[in-house]
Design a protein around this ligand. Structure first.
Ligand SMILES: Cc1cc2nc3c(=O)[nH]c(=O)nc-3n(C[C@H](O)[C@H](O)[C@H](O)COP(=O)(O)OP(=O)(O)OC[C@H]3O[C@@H](n4cnc5c(N)ncnc54)[C@H](O)[C@@H]3O)c2cc1C
Length: 413
């Protein structure tokens, strides 16, 4: 069964062609190797020899700048295309989708929304072309959900800011060329005292260290980024002083969308693996697909897949229109990530003991799905946000800036 059929209220033939291209890439160039990469990553996170060639191919296919206008080096497609890329990549492995989340969702789209023309030319163009890779540095050892608890500071000195601090749990820490970093320029103003910067890995005083012993996303790199008196030119300030929190939050509206789309792809992978296995494995003289309790697990996966996909495509459609979408995006992120973890858990159950080993991909899905229930806003944060929207305590996109509405003519200029 084609689980991506009947979404033509949202999708076009172009989207379908994109899906086939991404699927072919991920199935041919990643799937045969992913179990080994995941095992090797578990041994040594800093040994990411496989990552660069894969990212180079993603760049060549235009996936790293899929929804960035052509004039900024991108493929000029819409925001629904971004979701399709994420679905298809995470159908094979989460580390591929994480690259899109941080490079495109959290970093490139923030420069597209908030950057000056010079910044777009200097940073967005090579990122969208896939020549340079980008990361996003918000979390600190003592500040995750509570962003205002961060300790990093940037002090203005003439034409530079002197940046100090430590960011942790940063995806692509050892691999990215550019980082979007948020730090306090005036702590007394709390959220309104934060400022965002584009920092290059090669700036003196930038150090990165891999995190070892992760539960999942082992084929990808996560680490700490430390700033020791880093001189950041004023020209690298993104937006105005004091806009850092807004920029970080509007970036999360885009990052969370990619996470939700990726989680949808993972649910599909869990479902497909379960269907394949349940039709082959026999107990009590018949394939386990005939047992009602196995059917129930599969039917729950189907429900989770379709509801997640619909929520993601609604958010993508709203982004295409330039409409406010924080509520819809956070709902999609919450629902799809929690559903993907549950789907992977049921997929292991369908596989019995075999699901407990890496002979089958479902145990990797479970480990990978767990992270998304934490990053880019924990499950609890999403729950609080939805309640606040419902009670009217929070306006949709109160502080944020919308992505520019998708315009096919302008995007392909
Ligand atoms: C694989 C991975 C990749 C990541 N990549 C990046 C990245 O590229 N860039 C980046 O900046 N960060 C990244 N992160 C960090 C991630 O965004 C944070 O871990 C996340 O925001 C949660 O912060 P925390 O871990 O400090 O948890 P805490 O904020 O300490 O929360 C701990 C627990 O308390 C709960 N909690 C906290 N406050 C409340 C509240 N008010 N009400 C109810 N419950 C609450 C949380 O939901 C959670 O269950 C990544 C994390 C992981 C695991």
């Amino acid at each position: 069964m084609d689980f991506t059929a009947n979404y033509d209220m949202f999708l076009t033939e172009e989207h379908e062609m994109l899906r086939q291209t991404v699927r072919q890439f991920a199935e041919r160039e990643v799937q045969p190797f992913i179990r080994d990469w995941d095992r090797e990553g578990a041994k040594d996170e800093s040994d990411m020899a496989h990552v660069r060639p894969v990212l180079k191919r993603m760049g060549e296919l235009g996936l790293l700048g899929i929804c960035i206008p052509e004039r900024y080096g991108g493929a000029g497609m819409d925001y629904l295309s971004l979701a399709i890329v994420c679905e298809e990549l995470e159908r094979i492995d989460t580390f591929l989708r994480v690259v899109i989340s941080v490079h495109t969702g959290l970093n490139s789209l923030a420069i597209f929304q908030w950057g000056s023309d010079e910044q777009k030319q200097k940073y967005l163009v090579p990122q969208a072309q896939g020549v340079k890779l980008a990361g996003y540095c918000l979390t600190e050892p003592n500040a995750g959900t509570d962003v205002a608890g961060m300790q990093s500071t940037a002090r203005r000195e003439g034409d530079y800011y002197i940046l100090n601090g430590e960011k942790t749990w940063i995806s692509l820490a050892d691999v990215a060329d550019h980082f979007l970093v948020v730090a306090y320029t005036d702590r007394s103003k709390e959220r309104r005292g934060m400022t965002a910067f584009i920092v290059e890995r090669t700036f003196e005083g930038v150090e990165t260290h891999a995190i070892h012993g992760k539960l999942g996303v082992r084929a990808g790199n996560t680490g700490s980024v430390v700033f020791n008196n880093v001189r950041v030119p004023v020209a690298n300030r993104l937006g105005e002083e004091g806009e850092g929190f807004k920029i970080a939050m509007s970036a999360l509206d885009n990052g969370r969308y990619t996470v939700a789309a990726g989680a949808t792809g993972l649910i599909q992978a869990a479902l497909e693996a379960s269907i394949r296995y349940a039709k082959e494995r026999e107990t009590f003289g018949q394939p386990i697909a005939q047992h009602q309790l196995v059917k129930r697990m599969v039917s729950h996966m189907v429900r989770k897949l379709d509801t997640s996909r619909l929520l993601v495509y609604r958010a993508g459609w709203m982004k295409n229109q330039g409409r406010r979408n924080s509520r819809e995006t956070t709902l999609a992120k919450w629902h799809a990530t929690v559903s993907s973890f549950e789907a992977a858990d049921d997929a292991i159950q369908v596989h019995g003991a075999y699901g407990f080993s890496d002979e089958y991909p479902v145990e990797r899905m479970l480990r990978n799905a767990r992270g998304a229930v934490i990053y880019e806003g924990t499950r609890e944060l999403q729950e609080l946000l939805q309640a606040d929207f419902a009670f009217g305590f929070r306006e949709n996109n109160l502080l944020r800036r919308e992505l520019p509405a998708y315009d096919p003519a302008e995007w392909s200029e």
